[in-house]
Design a protein around this ligand. Structure first.
Ligand code: 5GP
Length: 121
């Protein structure tokens, strides 16, 4: 996967405060906010504040402090948003993953039975 970061992407603009978001949690290295077009009753996006394009980019290059902060933030979100009966944490990458916003983000979805992981081709 190419890891060239585009600083004009919509989540970079959210991080710069250029467009609003419904924040659920902010930590030193991460931000969690409600998805603007929720696919389930709970649909929160968790993003690192650093300029990472995809999961593999973040996992390969982020400092340990940022990786720990991000995952602790995800754990806090799971405890905060009412997904006691289960949830799905997914990330899309690149064209085949149908990634829309090229800033790494984890979708945390819940509040209903979510169906199977992917459509079978
Ligand atoms: P992707 O397809 O890249 O994995 O997911 C991008 C997600 O970002 C989509 O679920 C979409 O609804 C959400 N999204 C796109 N633009 C905005 C925005 O301006 N604000 C918020 N809160 N979510 C957005």
């Amino acid at each position: 996967m190419p890891h060239t970061y585009d600083p004009t992407n919509i989540f970079a603009r959210i991080l710069r405060g250029e467009i609003p978001n419904k924040t659920v949690l902010e930590t030193p290295h991460s931000l969690a906010f409600h998805d603007i077009n929720p696919a389930a009753p709970v649909h929160v996006l968790v993003i690192p504040k650093g300029p990472y394009v995809t999961f593999d980019h973040f996992a390969a290059e982020a400092p340990a402090e940022e990786i720990v902060d991000f995952h602790r933030a995800c754990a806090k979100i799971c405890a905060m948003v009412g997904v006691e009966e289960g949830y799905r944490a997914i990330t899309n990458a690149g064209a085949h993953g149908m990634q829309e916003v090229p800033h790494y983000h984890l979708h945390i979805l819940g509040g209903r039975v979510l169906g199977r992981l992917v459509e079978r081709a």
